[in-house]
Design a protein around this ligand. Structure first.
Ligand code: XLS
Ligand code: CA
Ligand code: CA
Length: 438
């Protein structure tokens, strides 16, 4: 088979001094960091949709990138050409995972039976491609937003027939995920939300979403899916208000409906910032609840109120991300680069530059997070900050042995507490800068 990216070599690691645009400067797969190779810290995945499907359209303009890969678009030949391009791309970059939506893989037909037949054909082709490589599926999902039938949501639709089509797509996407050895299955509730409460029964809709998720768990387990299900929170866009607003909201939902044993979260950087949080905040909330499963590794633009899905370059953000991931003991999923090149970056080389940028940014984040941990000053400061709970009344509060009356009597006796110790934020920020830039 002829090469699709014929002028692009396998991307080598050349180190920070390299000026070769087609080389990694920081992502060094074999380098040992905190006792394990970088590639194990960073299971990076290609997002089928952005990398192989998206051609730069926006609401004001047509495609700028040609991703026909030598085949006529809208055909199964094109679907297969995308597989060929995707595998060549992943192999040249040393990526070991991909993520997909059902309709990223094949053109959707009018009749779901024909779409499913096409999905069988393409997944056979992908399986064949996987042989002899170490490339695997990170997670699969169903696109429950694009088709007009989902205008009012999928599981949250007012139409029971639409609910059935969502169920049928989830069932098929689970079949594909299992067939391709996927580690996870994602629910991103894109249109599971509302525009106005004047026409919406929120409780009814949330119960229906939970019902679909329960059926997905039952079916997935029955066909041998042992991985995690994930909710990917996002507060808005396309809907004005989406039910899976942020990590805390999604965790509350999973617990309320008894889904928390089978589900974890897939935290996307750009979605956290749209919710008014830092990426690190949502990672921490997921982690402390035992629900940090996977990451959609990208970056938003804080000047814009929508999802820009940029490749990460902000090393401060990737460092804080990697700190959370290391402290959580790693991910059950991985780092899906749910990111697209900017519209004027339309050439095949740009696709490679983008992954080099993103992988280098997370590799640097990993190295810097390891440096912060090894330095130890920040961890020691945080531990010391709560030292008043180690002995005396503080220890009794922590062990649950005390009462409101006892604490009130203690306060009476004291008359007035000392001020709590300084938060030392500026000092801590300067430590981070020293470690980042030394
Ligand atoms: C859209 C989401 C979507 C999910 C998968 O904003 O990021 O791409 O990751 O459906
Ligand atoms: Ca995403
Ligand atoms: Ca996104």
């Amino acid at each position: 088979m002829s090469e699709i990216f014929a002028n692009i070599p396998t991307i080598p690691y050349e180190g920070p001094k390299s000026t070769n645009p087609l080389a990694f400067k920081f992502y060094d797969a074999d380098r040992i960091v905190l006792g394990k190779p970088m590639r194990e810290h960073l299971p990076v995945a290609m997002a089928w949709w952005h990398n192989l499907c998206a051609c730069g359209t926006d609401i004001f303009g047509r495609e700028t990138a040609d991703k026909s890969f030598g085949a006529e678009k809208g055909t199964m030949e094109h679907a297969k050409a995308k597989v060929d391009a995707g595998f060549e791309f992943m192999q040249k970059l040393g990526l070991r995972y991909f993520c997909f939506h059902d309709v990223d893989l094949v053109p959707e037909a009018d009749d779901i039976k024909e779409t499913n037949r096409r999905l069988d054909e393409i997944s056979d082709y992908i399986l064949e491609k996987m042989k002899g490589t170490d490339i695997r599926c990170l997670w699969g999902t169903a696109n429950l937003t694009g088709n007009p039938r989902y205008m009012n949501g999928a599981a949250s639709s007012n139409s029971a027939d639409v609910f059935c089509f969502a169920a049928a797509q989830v069932k098929k996407a689970l079949d594909l995920t299992v067939k391709l050895g996927g580690r996870g299955y994602v629910f991103w509730g894109g249109r599971e939300g509302y525009e106005t409460l004047l026409n919406t029964d929120v409780k009814f809709e949330q119960e229906n979403i939970a019902a679909l998720m329960h059926m997905a768990v039952d079916y997935g387990r029955s066909i041998g899916f042992t991985g995690d299900f994930y909710i990917e929170p996002k507060p808005k866009e396309p809907m004005k208000h989406q039910y899976d607003f942020d990590a805390a909201t999604a965790i509350g939902f999973l617990r309320q409906y008894g889904l928390d044993k089978d589900f974890k979260l897939n935290i996307e950087a750009n979605h956290a910032t749209l919710a008014g949080h830092t990426f690190q905040h949502d990672l921490r909330i997921a982690a402390i609840n035992g629900m940090l499963g996977s990451i959609d590794a990208n970056q938003g633009d804080l000047f814009l109120g929508w999802d820009t899905d940029e490749f990460s370059y902000d090393v401060y953000e990737t460092t804080m991300c990697m700190l959370e991931v290391i402290k959580a003991g790693g991910l059950t999923g991985g780092f899906n680069f749910d990111a697209k090149t900017r519209r004027p970056s339309y050439t095949p080389e740009d696709m490679f530059h983008a992954y080099i940028l993103g992988m280098d940014a997370f590799a640097l984040g990993l190295l810097k997070a390891a440096a912060i941990i090894e330095d130890g000053r920040i961890d020691r400061f945080v531990a010391e900050r709560y030292a008043s709970y180690k002995t005396g009344v503080g220890a009794r509060i922590r062990s649950g042995e005390t009462t409101l009356e006892e604490l009130a009597a203690y306060a009476d006796k004291l008359g007035k507490p000392d001020l709590p110790g300084s938060g030392r934020q500026e000092y801590l920020e300067s430590i981070v800068n020293c470690l980042l830039f030394s």
